[in-house]
Write a protein that binds this ligand. Structure first.
Ligand code: CA
Length: 330
């Protein structure tokens, strides 16, 4: 009997693992704190085996974003998750408060780093476009969801990439074969006069992704995340269980006068994990990006682009879900 139960448990585990969604997170970590709140959820979904977080790809340059992801990987018990550094070296978005540096430089009473790291040599990390090729080459067909909540630079470079030691396929062929869908936080569908931050920081790359990406793209636009604000009161009151918490520290470094903050990137992550439950999906269409950075949606029956919106009731449910998930222990 005991053997039967063991094999039944093993079978259940294998079924759950077979259903786990492969997710790659593409982020400009350090520019706004919603990336940090979003990655907290991904680590938790990964630990609960709802997803397999295959990698964190950075489209923010500098020495601190990769160190910060290593620090988070270690704190959440996810040291195995590979990190891809930005593929771009010619320009850098380093202006403004960079909470990745602030958290990396925190020290304890002995003057030692407050949070542990796992990586000895950050110079050995692969550029994101290369790491995409390595991971996609090994993935099952149509098994990967990419959630992109920053600039499109790495994704455009992936599309342009050529056959290499990992795969004989071009980047576009590799994406078409291995990726199921791309979920983005980008643009403002409701207001074409708004040139949204993730778009304008690499307009050409963003144009290329919406023009050439060979799988469905589902976009959470600016106006969605702006309607759902993570409450400052939660940051102040709900983390008594953690004397030190890198996401709380990030929030306080980014917003010293703690304020509610829109949940842009969190909405894209939530849709990637629970596509059915929380949002209203548009009809199919095509999103085009203008040279100024507007995002225009045109309904089209055979289009492969969709955007998300929410009713007030959905917005309330989503906020409850964010606060409940993020304030839990990992
Ligand atoms: Ca972001």
């Amino acid at each position: 009997m005991r053997k039967v139960l063991f094999f039944f448990a093993l079978l259940c585990t294998l079924i759950v693992q077979a259903q786990r969604q492969n997710v790659i997170f593409e982020t400009d970590m350090g520019n706004d704190v919603d990336d940090a709140l979003a990655i907290d959820m991904l680590y938790k979904f990964d630990r609960q085996k709802q997803i397999k977080l295959m990698a964190v790809m950075l489209n923010k340059e500098g020495e601190f974003p990769p160190r910060y992801i290593d620090l988070l990987n270690t704190w959440y018990g996810r040291k195995r998750i590979p990190i891809g550094v930005s593929g771009r070296s010619d320009k850098s978005i380093v202006a403004g408060t960079n909470y990745t540096q602030a958290v990396c430089e925190e020290t304890n009473e002995q003057g030692k780093p407050l949070y542990k790291r796992s990586i000895k040599d950050y110079s050995k990390l692969l550029p994101a476009p290369k790491l995409y090729r390595k991971l996609l080459a090994k993935a099952k067909d149509h098994s990967v969801t990419i959630v992109s909540v920053g600039f499109s630079t790495n994704l455009a470079m992936l599309l342009d990439s050529k056959a290499d030691e990992y795969s004989p396929l071009s980047g576009r062929e590799l994406v078409e074969k291995k990726v199921e869908r791309l979920v983005t936080m980008a643009g403002n569908i409701g207001n074409p006069n708004h040139h949204e931050y993730n778009v304008v920081n690499d307009i050409q790359a963003c144009q290329k992704v919406y023009r050439d990406w060979p799988t469905p793209i589902i976009t959470s636009p600016f106006e969605l995340g702006a309607q759902i604000k993570y409450p400052a009161s939660s940051i102040e009151n709900d983390f008594g269980w953690a004397p030190h918490h890198p996401i709380v520290d990030s929030y306080k470094a980014y917003l010293p006068q703690i304020e509610d903050r829109p949940t842009w990137d969190l909405t894209a992550v939530l849709y990637a994990i629970n596509p059915q439950d929380f949002f209203t999906l548009s009809a199919p269409g095509l999103i085009t990006v203008t040279d100024e950075g507007s995002t225009l949606f045109k309904p089209q029956t055979d289009g492969s682009h969709y955007y998300l919106s929410v009713t007030p009731e959905q917005a309330r449910r989503i906020l409850d879900y964010f606060v409940t998930t993020i304030t839990k222990k990992p």
